[in-house]
Design a protein around this ligand. Structure first.
Ligand code: GDP
Ligand code: PGA
Ligand code: MN
Ligand code: MN
Length: 613
């Protein structure tokens, strides 16, 4: 279906306004590109084919404009550093809008704008916004090309950084465009950095605009993003499409689009499981996706690290694909001792954004090695020495790399049919109250655990780091519709499953009185994973508690762990006073959604309150 146009272009022949369209490009795509070109008036239009040659040309261009700096090819082959503008280094949740016809369909966790009002706001901003620049047409598939679970999209952008990044993160280019014909569904996504160039004006390394609008039109399945080139705001295939728009498609079509990693886990007996886990941004998804178990005999392989599309299959199981084809990972904290797999993955062919540069032309960030080098150029391009108080790399600095470079990528990671999910894990960053692991009693209790995730804010989005906030399903910034309807949808999907996954909650981030993490985390999280999957198998003991099923004493293998018994007890402490406060907080949170909160969740809340007295 042809997307609704924001602006009615002059009725000029499409070919003249969208020159260079490959033979066979769908008329709906050509007409849309023409309409955006007539609005944004780029100097040139380039239809991207996803080839190596195209990638090399764009890279060369960005080296010339200073957007990219080439890293030392002997240390980091074919890899680049990008330094963003200081005002454009994270997702901007307060500039992210859901423009559904009804405000109640966006719900209290989203910024809502009336669609007509937003179109009127956007039109003058996009008008002429690509002047002096090239508009790239970037077709992509989320999910393996032609998979029954995949979806197609086309982004236009005036940022070559966005094109090259999308090439790493998705199946981008001619193959995706060839799958679109005039009756194929595809999502149109318009992106402009909002920095037109007058003739003779020199470009800056990271063009962007102080005014930003990351806008979504769920009913017409459109995305319009203005003013930012930061990944989460500008690589529209990712958060904007694969989560915000896809969550609405999923609601309408009976599946789920979630902020989840996917792993394949093999136990010592050789039985294979698949696990999906939702944690808020910068709370450990990429690390768990690449986990190297410390528990002997267990093996973890990577399928996805950020987004999962899950759908009930004919046998009543939940099947999942990773719609992406790359990783956009948090750099700080990624080191040989924490995430050696990520370190190996970024050996080359990687774009690093807002990290520091070493004197030898390689990259560095906090946590990459135990000690900082004597001298660095920091993410802003300034000289840096370890005596400075400011971090050398931005706390939300990122690496962008193709999934196929990951040494632990599973052989079925791109299976077009997806993988059967055996367990779902919800988590967050909580210094207190929430135990290391707890199992939900059943699906409804699991949905309650997902709906009530709260987590300390991280640097992944603009805002105050450390502040506690509710982040239901780790989807607060990413659900394209009313969050309470999202909970109802989870309950509905669950009710159709014959073999629903078991549901768990984890917290790797509980601290002691001195602010030290109680749990070593990273590879040691495999001990928790082993208990979770032993529970799925029915071989591990659990202990009923007011908040769910805790591991029975001895059920988690702690041999070889450097942990004093007091710490172990604190990791599992269930303080009724703290949990009663939690319940009051949830009641207040639910009240914000009024009548839309599913009665099953209110019942869960009341049952929990009763168990806590
Ligand atoms: P994502 O954004 O959800 O993918 O989170 P990442 O896996 O990139 O992790 C975000 C930050 O949390 C990084 O600095 C990691 O080093 C840190 N982190 C991840 N897992 C753990 C863990 O188990 N324990 C601790 N203490 N930190 C972790
Ligand atoms: P993250 O992905 O979840 O790996 O941090 C980016 C984001 O959510 O902004
Ligand atoms: Mn994410
Ligand atoms: Mn991640």
């Amino acid at each position: 279906t042809a997307p609704t146009q924001i602006v009615t272009p002059e009725r000029r022949p499409a070919e003249r306004l969208a020159p260079g369209a490959p033979a066979g490009a769908a008329a709906s795509v050509v007409a849309w590109v023409a309409s955006i070109a007539s609005l944004t008036t780029p100097d040139e239009i380039v239809w991207c084919d996803g080839s190596l040659r195209e990638n090399d040309l764009l890279t060369k261009l960005m080296l010339e404009t200073g957007t990219l700096t080439r890293l030392n090819p002997e240390l980091r082959p074919n890899s680049f550093l990008a330094r963003g503008d200081e005002s454009d280094v994270a997702r901007v949740e307060d500039r992210t809008f859901i423009c559904s016809a009804l405000e109640s369909d966006a719900g209290p966790t989203n910024n809502w704008r009336d669609p007509a009002e937003m179109r009127a706001t956007l039109e003058p901003l996009f008008s002429g916004s690509m002047r002096g620049r090239t508009m790239y047409v970037v077709p992509f598939s989320m999910g393996p090309l032609g998979s029954p679970l995949a979806k197609l999209g086309v982004q236009v952008t005036d940022s070559p950084y966005v094109v090259v990044s999308t090439g790493l993160m998705t199946r981008m280019g001619a193959g995706a465009l060839a799958l679109i014909d005039d009756d194929t569904e595809w999502v149109p996504a318009v992106h402009s950095v909002g920095a037109p160039l007058e003739s003779g004006q020199r470009d800056v390394a990271w063009p962007c605009n102080g005014t930003k609008y990351i806008s979504h039109f769920p009913e017409t399945r459109e995305i319009w993003s203005f003013g930012s080139a930061y990944g989460g705001n500008a690589l529209l295939a990712k958060k904007a499409f694969a989560l915000r728009i896809a969550s609405v498609m999923a609601r309408d079509e009976g599946w789920l689009a979630e902020h989840m990693l996917i792993i394949k886990v093999t136990n010592p007996a050789g039985r294979v499981f698949h696990v999906a886990a939702a944690f808020p941004s910068a709370c450990g998804k990429t690390n768990l996706a690449m986990l190297q178990p410390t528990v002997p005999g267990w093996r973890v392989e990577t399928i996805g690290d950020d987004i999962a599309w899950l759908r009930p299959d004919a046998e009543g199981r939940l099947r999942a694909i990773n719609p992406e084809a790359g990783f956009f990972g948090v750099a700080p904290g990624t080191g040989v001792s924490t995430n050696p797999v990520a370190i190996d993955t970024v050996w080359g062919n990687t774009i690093f954004t807002n990290v520091a540069m070493r004197d030898d032309g390689d990259v560095w960030w906090e946590g990459m090695t135990e000690h900082a080098p004597e001298h660095l150029v920091d993410w802003r391009g300034e000289d840096w020495t370890p005596s400075l108080a400011t971090p050398a790399a931005h706390p939300n600095s990122r690496f962008t790399v193709a999934a196929r470079q990951c040494p632990t990528i599973a052989n079925d990671w791109d299976d077009p049919e997806g993988v059967v999910i055996d367990a779902i894990i919800f988590g967050g960053r909580r210094a207190s109250t929430v135990p290391l692991v707890v199992e939900a009693r059943d699906w409804e209790h699991g949905v309650y655990l997902g709906a009530t995730i709260s987590s300390e804010r991280t640097a992944a989005a603009e805002g105050t780091v450390g502040e506690l906030r509710r982040d239901p399903f780790a989807m607060a910034p990413f659900c394209g519709y009313n969050m309470a309807d999202h909970w109802a949808h989870w309950l509905e999907v669950g009710a159709t499953l014959e073999k629903a996954p078991a549901v768990f909650q984890v917290n790797w981030f509980r601290k002691d009185a001195d602010g030290r993490f109680l749990w070593p985390g990273f590879g040691e999280n495999s001990r928790v994973l082993a208990w979770i999957l032993d529970r799925v198998e029915g071989t591990a003991d659990g202990l009923d508690s007011p908040i769910g099923v805790l591991p029975a004493p001895g059920a988690i293998d702690t041999s070889g762990l450097d942990l004093d018994p007091g710490d172990w007890d604190k990791l599992f402490e269930v303080d009724p006073t703290a949990h009663r406060r939690e319940v009051d907080g949830v009641a207040e949170f639910f009240a914000g959604f009024g009548e839309r909160v599913p009665s099953q969740l209110t019942a869960q809340l009341e049952a929990l309150r009763t168990r806590l007295v």
